[in-house]
Design a protein around this ligand. Structure first.
Ligand SMILES: Cc1ncc(COP(=O)(O)O)c(C=O)c1O
Length: 396
């Protein structure tokens, strides 16, 4: 393991274990995809090819999966919340999830039975919005708790998305997760959390399986191209771990080089890799970053082994990196399409551009004319005021 420091980022390089077990595979994506396709709001999100940028920097191609239009929620997260809620309700109501889909939940008797269930979760914003929306779909109630410093627009968006009541606490993200878990236990609500805890693994696994829809769509949209490099942003790492595991399976012998990308102040996966004892570690303190969705202090235990064993690089980035990504998506190269990508969505593009411009990073990442790069813009302008401020104030 080697660590390198650059102007506004640090990076750890390691040799990935190409034989590590893969808990989320291509075949695991079939069930969530079938469920998502049964939802009235389902459409595949677009995969864009930024060929002008790729030509400019001398790489083969840069693909971006754009999640800003997912279910009208401006982020990918509803994939996990909705699928997990579906699986929980199937289990509680004795419905066979292998055969059922959303149409079963439109039957009068099932809708009536769903009314008694109340869900609780903690969120930086997007997961809570997904849970609120899913609760409305299934006719349930939801209680959503948010860390201090959350902008009011994100809280309001959660309530407007569905049937949740959303509250901003005076706790940081990790403490808010504990608070929601304790309240759920006390009130008899069902905790639907996108990260695992000791003895709480099944529901986060279902959430991660829900994210596989995104991976499966992407793999088929790439039309036979196989990524050589994948950059995945991480909060607790559930999304990154699920997608990484899927693509390690999908790519077979030609494993991509996966980079896990976090904000400098909340780089818990990075920190765990840096300590290097094989265990996950928590980053404490008051993390200040505009990447709200990535502002998490503890990696998700379910995916930690994948992140630990399969990744080639870990990055910890200053906010300037994601600001650059947001602006560059908004004002693209040549004939590339313009994308609306929020603070947590654009960091991988900002990082990629920095890497392509730095001979040292380019060499480290083995980026060359054969590189087929995959990025996921995980959110649109989930904080519209912040988005406007950043994209208008900064020149590329
Ligand atoms: C837009 C966005 N991107 C990425 C992530 C990271 O996902 P995870 O917490 O599973 O690492 C989040 C988490 O909330 C998010 O909201």
């Amino acid at each position: 393991m080697q660590e390198y420091r650059f102007e506004d980022l640090t990076v750890i390089e390691q040799v990935p274990d190409n034989n590590a077990p893969l808990p989320f595979t291509v075949s695991d994506a079939k069930k969530p995809l079938r469920f998502h396709k049964s939802l009235p709001a389902y459409t595949e999100t677009p995969l864009f090819l930024l060929q002008s940028a790729a030509d400019h920097y001398g790489v083969d191609s840069i693909f971006v999966k754009d999640e800003s239009s997912r279910f009208g929620l401006k982020a990918f997260k509803g994939l996990g919340g909705s699928y997990c809620m579906f699986r929980i309700l199937c289990e509680k109501l004795g419905i066979d999830a292998d055969c059922a889909d959303y149409s079963d939940f439109q039957k009068e008797a099932v809708r009536e039975a769903c009314k008694k269930f109340e869900f609780a979760t903690a969120t930086d914003g997007n997961h809570g919005k997904g849970v609120s929306w899913a609760a409305k779909l299934f006719g349930c109630k939801a209680h959503v708790y948010m860390p201090k410093g959350t902008v009011e627009a994100r809280r309001r968006a959660i309530e407007e998305a569905g049937s949740a009541k959303a509250v901003i606490t005076d706790l940081n993200y990790d403490a808010t997760v504990q608070y929601a878990a304790a309240l759920a236990k006390e009130k008899g609500w069902i905790l639907i959390q996108d990260t695992s805890m000791e003895g709480y693994e099944k529901y986060p696994e279902w959430i991660i399986e829900g994210y596989l829809t995104l991976a499966d769509e992407t793999a088929s949209q790439m039309g036979g191209r196989v990524p050589t490099h994948i950059f995945l942003q991480a909060g607790v790492g559930s999304m990154a771990g699920g997608i990484e595991s899927y693509f390690m399976d999908f790519c077979g012998e030609n494993k991509p080089l996966v980079s896990i990308v976090e904000p400098l102040d909340a780089a818990c996966v990075y920190r765990s890799a840096q300590i290097g004892d094989g265990f996950l570690h928590t980053v404490t303190g008051e993390a200040e970053t505009i990447m709200a969705g990535l502002n998490c202090g503890t990696p998700c235990g379910v995916v930690w082994p994948i992140l630990r064993d399969c990744s080639a690089f870990y990055f910890a980035c200053e906010d300037s990196i994601t600001k650059r990504g947001m602006c560059s998506y908004a004002k693209p190269f040549g004939s590339d399409p313009a994308l609306v990508s929020g603070e947590s969505g654009a960091v991988t593009y900002g990082l990629l551009l920095s890497a392509l411009e730095s001979p040292d990073l380019r060499k480290l990442l083995r980026l060359d004319e054969h590189s087929v790069i995959l990025l996921i813009s995980t959110e649109g302008d989930t904080d519209p005021e912040g988005y406007k401020r950043i994209t208008q104030e900064r020149k590329n």
